[in-house]
Write a protein that binds this ligand. Structure first.
Ligand SMILES: C[S@@+](CC[C@H](N)C(=O)[O-])C[C@H]1O[C@@H](n2cnc3c(N)ncnc32)[C@H](O)[C@@H]1O
Length: 371
């Protein structure tokens, strides 16, 4: 099967590396997705293990279509019956970008009709009740008249690990938090500090990685109800994942935030993920003694000042942070913000600067490596 791991723009290389690490055959990466080859076990493993991807999809077909007749015929020629049984649900979603066929509701309706016709013929049944309990979410995407048609195997987006039951105002997606930890090249022997930790996502993702815990182990997936995926394969992947955990890792993880309510949420989230050893403490970052943190890694997602009334506060904060960070000997800092002038305010040019998207907002990850 050809499979697709979708992800936020900027994370493709990380997802590519994750798939390689899983021993999978990666075909290519494109904007927002990585295409790979694999069997049912690969599909299950990718869902369980990918930390930076949003979804795992089965690629059913790819074609060009300029008219609704062409779209109907192309979709009708695809082997839907391989996946979708006579009573399974198959809702259709469509996105069209810069294409001749631009009406998404119309694309959706034509694709649905075309799949219905194919399934009626192939299953030799006029009635498709869609009530078996198994769901095959069909996704149609067209870009400049090139269509790609997929079935989603994940269900909820993969950033929903299951540990975050409550959030603060501006939580970071778990997938992006995991990406920041990977990009920092943090290793579990180093102290990790998030001085603006909010609900603790960055630290929890770091702990999951350090303990080699598959991020999807505590949640459910759509594929679990698909009868053509052998239950013993699913069990095999889960057993492998449970056996791969390394519980005995000593970690030094510290989260600070000015807001005590958000720290209560952080503590709960960490507890849900099985971590009691992340140190969350209420503190304004200006009161922290940075000289106490030597050879540490700071990874953080501070306020960005997107709201005008916050801007002056945030700019002052970035200036102050630049001064304070100098006190921490041998430490590195990875900070994400949408503020275009961050480096100037911080008072030092970053060693690396990478464009990333946080919930659709263009941001930069500024990396300051230890001197
Ligand atoms: C963008 S949120 C961080 C979200 C976090 N990454 C998460 O996943 O939940 C920024 C955090 O900075 C905190 N904050 C604002 N001013 C602060 C200050 N002076 N010192 C410490 N924390 C502060 C806010 O309370 C907020 O939780």
């Amino acid at each position: 099967m050809e499979l697709i791991a979708t992800c936020a723009f900027g994370l493709e290389k990380l997802v590519y590396d994750e798939l390689k690490q899983l021993g999978l055959w990666v075909i290519k990466k494109e904007d927002g997705r990585v295409i790979f080859e694999g069997d049912e076990l690969a599909l299950v493993r990718a869902n369980l293990w990918l930390r930076c991807a949003d979804r795992v999809q089965i690629k059913v077909g790819e074609f060009k279509a300029l008219s609704f007749d062409e779209l109907f015929d192309q979709v009708n020629a695809l082997p839907w019956e391989k996946y979708i049984g006579v009573n399974d649900a198959f809702p259709v979603d469509a996105v069209s970008v810069k294409s001749t066929l631009h009406s998404e509701p119309a694309i959706q309706s034509i694709v649905k009709k075309s799949i219905v016709k194919r399934l009626q013929q192939q299953h030799n049944s006029e009635i498709l009740s869609e009530n078996s309990g198994a769901q095959y979410q069909v996704m149609v995407k067209s870009n400049k008249d090139e269509f790609i048609v997929t079935i989603d195997s994940s269900g909820d987006s993969l950033h929903k690990r299951g540990y975050r039951t409550k959030t603060n105002e501006a939580p970071m997606k778990e997938t992006l938090a995991a990406a920041l930890v990977k990009l920092s090249e943090w290793t579990p022997d180093r102290t990790l500090i998030d001085p603006f930790c909010g609900s603790g996502t960055i630290l929890i993702e770091a702990a999951l990685m350090a303990h080699n815990i598959a991020p999807g182990l505590a949640r459910t997936f759509t594929f679990q109800k698909w009868p053509w995926i052998d239950q013993t394969l699913i069990e095999k992947a889960y057993t492998e994942a449970r056996d791969a955990q390394t519980p005995e890792v000593k970690l030094r993880l510290y989260g600070f935030d000015i807001d005590s309510e958000v720290l209560t949420i952080a503590g709960k989230n960490a507890g849900n993920a099985g971590f009691k050893n992340i140190n969350f403490q209420r503190s304004d970052f200006t009161d922290l003694d940075f000289s106490k943190f030597e050879n540490a890694t700071f990874i953080t997602n501070p306020p960005y000042g997107e709201r005008l009334e916050e801007l002056a506060y945030v700019e002052k904060m970035y200036r102050e942070l630049g001064k304070k960070f100098k006190e921490s000997q041998g430490s590195s800092l990875f900070i994400i913000t949408s503020h275009e002038n961050f480096q100037h305010l911080f008072g030092r040019l970053a060693d690396k600067n990478r464009k990333l998207f946080n919930g659709g907002l263009k941001c930069y990850l500024f990396s300051y490596l230890a001197k």
